[in-house]
Write a protein that binds this ligand. Structure first.
Ligand code: THU
Length: 137
């Protein structure tokens, strides 16, 4: 995996951010196991709650194209710092990714990022396995 290239894609993905309310652009680049990269940006809404984060935009674009196997995501926000994914986006990652090997790159700039596994950022995620444990129906 070319992490520097993925970091660059996350920075470029910010360009299409639709952020008339927060003016805070976020970009994400999601790498599939087959080597494809899906970009995502945040898309805000006048009613606020329909806002979609960059990470989820990237996931939903990829899943809607039939992708279900993911290796890593790079995320870059407008702040001069590392941007951690929100809890909702972490939960979406948990639906599709292996917690111990899916990599999350928090990109400060093209040459500076921090790496975490999904498990490190969302320990004890609620998944389909928990639903299967139902004892009464
Ligand atoms: N945002 C993201 O796109 N990803 C995150 O992980 C955190 C927050 C967006 C949502 C909203 O458009 C703006 O950043 C401010 O919250």
């Amino acid at each position: 995996m070319d992490k520097r290239a993925l970091a660059k894609e996350a920075i470029l993905a910010k360009e299409n951010a639709y952020v008339p309310y927060s003016h805070f652009r976020v970009g994400a680049a999601l790498l599939t196991k087959s080597g494809k990269i899906y970009r995502g940006c945040n898309i805000e809404n006048a009613a606020y709650t329909p806002t979609n984060c960059a990470e989820r935009t990237a996931f939903f674009k990829a899943v809607s194209e039939g992708e279900l196997e993911f290796e890593a995501i790079a995320i870059n926000g407008d702040a001069d710092d590392y941007l951690y994914p929100c809890g909702v986006c972490r939960q979406v990652m948990a639906e599709f990714c292996n917690p111990s090997d899916f990599l999350i790159l928090l990109v400060n700039n093209e040459a500076d990022w921090k790496e975490y596994t999904l498990e490190q950022l969302l320990p004890g995620a609620f998944t389909n396995a928990d639903i299967e444990k139902v004892t009464c129906r």
